[in-house]
Design a protein around this ligand. Structure first.
Ligand SMILES: Nc1nc2c(c(=O)[nH]1)N[C@H]1C(S)=C(S)[C@@H](COP(=O)(O)O)O[C@H]1N2
Ligand SMILES: [Mo]
Length: 203
């Protein structure tokens, strides 16, 4: 048995349905840290998030304002394109859908570009960015998100490969067409469905 088959058997033995593992993924209990560049630090009160682009009323949120908005809790599996998956991760945050509704998003906007610190970007279809589980998250495992995992605030789009879930989120831009983000410009798939194994261009 190879590593992936063994991991699948172990996953089943732990009582999980191994079908939760997308093809080519293995389950880990750890929470690996993956990003390009440095971990930003923010002096208290200096983080903010811009909701902008194809919206009638763009606005900027402070951290305190974000925390005052209606929030949801989700428990979800996450899947990194480097092949690790983690089950039942617990996040709290504000739905992207609610933020765009407040901003008066243009109904013709088809996509979202997530903008993070240091110019990291990730593109998403509007439909995926505004689903029930698409969160601007500020808590992981019932506590503040650690800086290495994207704290104070990161995007969480659980049903797509985790590179779409931009850490250190600073802006959400509604757009009228799709455009590649950081990894997408470097060969990663424009959509990134783990269950279809859409890792790279042409997958
Ligand atoms: N700003 C930013 N967000 C990012 C990345 C990055 O390099 N910069 N890497 C992505 C990738 S490839 C993954 S797998 C996840 C990793 O999140 P984690 O370090 O919390 O596991 O963050 C995503 N978000
Ligand atoms: Mo990743």
């Amino acid at each position: 048995m190879g590593f992936f088959e063994r991991n699948r058997a172990e996953t089943q033995a732990k009582g999980f349905d191994a079908e939760r593992l997308p093809p080519g993924q293995y389950l880990t209990d750890r929470f690996p840290v993956l990003h390009v560049g440095d971990v930003p630090t923010y002096a208290p009160g200096t983080w903010s998030l811009e909701i902008r682009g194809a919206v009638s009323s763009p606005f900027t949120l402070t951290y305190a304002q974000l925390l005052s908005l209606p929030s949801v809790n989700i428990t979800t599996d996450i899947h990194c394109v480097t092949k690790w998956s983690k089950f039942d991760t617990v996040w709290k945050g504000v739905r992207v859908r609610d933020l765009f509704a407040t901003a008066g998003v243009d109904p013709r906007a088809t996509h979202v570009m997530a903008h993070a610190e240091y110019g990291y970007t990730a593109n998403l279809p509007m439909q995926d960015a505004t689903g029930d589980d698409a969160l601007v998250a500020y808590a992981y495992d019932n506590t503040d998100i650690e800086p290495i995992h994207g704290g104070p605030v990161r995007l969480v789009i659980p049903h797509l490969y985790f590179w779409k879930s931009a850490k250190w989120l600073r802006g959400l831009e509604a757009t009228m067409q799709d455009a590649p983000g950081f990894w997408e410009q470097n060969g990663y798939h424009m959509y990134g469905d783990p269950f279809l194994e859409q890792r790279f261009w042409g997958d």
